[in-house]
Each structure stands twice: as structure tokens, then as C-alpha cells.
Design a protein around this ligand. Structure first.
Ligand SMILES: *[C@@H]1O[C@H](CO)[C@@H](O)[C@H](O)[C@H]1NC(C)=O
Length: 201
């Protein structure tokens, strides 16, 4: 198990670690190029959290590296080797987007986190994200000012847990807020195969 450590101004953290995050102005928000929507509906106890399946496409596709930087594809082959398809509980590192201001409302993010737990208990904890660039590689949840998404950056389908996504949402939102000179952030897997982003809608 990896212990939380401040690495050159970047916070490396274990999924449920509780510590303060550091914003870095070198980290920009990942923008999904030429997003193509496949399906959308509403989830949660009150059916008020929008869920969308989509993919990122087009020229100049890029991904988020393990260091939290948006880098162009293709990656060196060694960085594209796959691991087990189920990535529940996998460690990721959190990077915040600076500067302060314009981030999501934490209360709105908590509504999403609660909806994820509700679906975990009622639909099941697992969900699949299809291979990078295919129809449901990006799974987005939105409630008012808060948007969070899981993006599969790997060439194979991944299975992730709604309960883990819920925890990441409630971790990133308050640790990458204005008080931390940030406006949202992301947690990218150590092996770069996926990340979860929390941002303003
Ligand atoms: C995910 O995909 C696998 C393999 O295709 C399938 O067996 C499994 O039922 C899917 N899980 C969910 C939650 O859809």
C-alpha cells in the first residue's frame, strides 16, 4: 500500500486518504475532444443525476499521464500494457486544477456521490467502461454545477466500482476547491489506464 506523500508539490494519495491537496498551475483540465454522446438517462434516489455514455474522438487525441499532465497520443508501448480489467480499489493520484474560482459546488458533488452509493446498493457496484475511443469509454454524471466522469484511456474494457467513484468524488471536490487555490481536479490511475475528474459543469 502506498502512503500519502507530497511529491514535488503534487499530492499522491491512496483512495481514502485524508490530507490536503496542492494545486499546480501546470495541470490543466482535460477536455474530451469531439465528444460523441451514445446514451443518457437519470440515476439516484430522486432520479435527478444525469448519466451519459460517450466517447472522445478526433485528431490530436490526448490522455492524462500518471503525472497528471495532458499528453498527446500515442504513448510508448510500455505505457499501454494492460492489467486486470477490474480496477476497483486501484490507487490513483489526485491533481488539482488551478487557479481558485469557478469550481463545482461541493454540495452538488455530494448529491452525485450519494446517487452513486444508491445505485451501488440497488443496481450493483460494478459498471463497465468500454475501450478508449469506443461508444461508452466516458461515463459522466452531472448534477447542477458539479460534473464528474470516469474515462477509460486504455485499449480494453475496464470494470470500476460505483462506491469507489463516490469516494473519489467526495475526496476531490473539497480538496481541489477554492480554499486550495483550485477549481476541481482529477485522480489518475498509477498505470494511466483511467481517471476520474471532478469539475464545474
Ligand atoms: C462487464 O462486462 C463483462 C464482460 O463483457 C460482463 O461479463 C459483465 O457482466 C459486465 N458487467 C456489468 C456490470 O455490466
Amino acid at each position: 500500500m502506498k502512503s500519502p506523500a507530497i511529491l514535488s508539490g503534487v499530492l499522491a494519495l491512496f483512495l481514502s486518504s485524508r490530507t490536503s491537496a496542492t494545486a499546480l498551475d501546470t495541470h490543466t483540465r482535460f477536455a474530451c475532444p469531439n465528444e460523441v454522446l451514445a446514451a443518457e438517462w437519470f440515476i439516484g434516489k430522486d432520479q435527478n443525476v444525469r448519466l451519459a455514455y460517450s466517447r472522445c474522438d478526433g485528431d490530436g487525441r490526448s490522455i492524462v499521464s500518471a503525472q497528471g499532465a495532458v499528453v498527446p497520443l500515442p504513448l510508448p508501448l510500455t505505457k499501454r500494457q494492460g492489467g486486470m480489467p477490474n480496477v476497483c480499489g486501484a490507487t490513483c493520484d489526485t491533481f488539482c486544477f488551478s487557479p481558485a474560482g469557478g469550481g463545482p459546488n461541493e454540495g452538488d458533488c455530494n448529491i452525485i456521490a450519494d446517487a452513486l452509493l444508491f445505485e451501488s446498493e440497488n443496481t450493483g457496484d460494478f459498471f463497465n467502461a468500454s475501450a478508449a475511443g469506443s461508444a461508452s469509454a466516458k461515463i459522466t454524471l452531472q448534477y447542477k454545477s458539479c460534473t464528474t466522469y470516469f474515462l477509460n484511456q486504455s485499449p480494453a474494457q475496464l470494470t470500476y466500482c460505483r462506491s469507489d467513484w463516490s469516494k473519489l468524488t467526495t475526496f476531490i471536490a473539497p480538496h481541489c476547491d477554492a480554499a486550495h487555490d483550485a477549481h476541481g481536479g482529477l485522480c489518475v490511475a498509477d498505470d494511466q489506464r483511467w481517471f476520474v475528474q471532478v469539475q464545474h459543469t
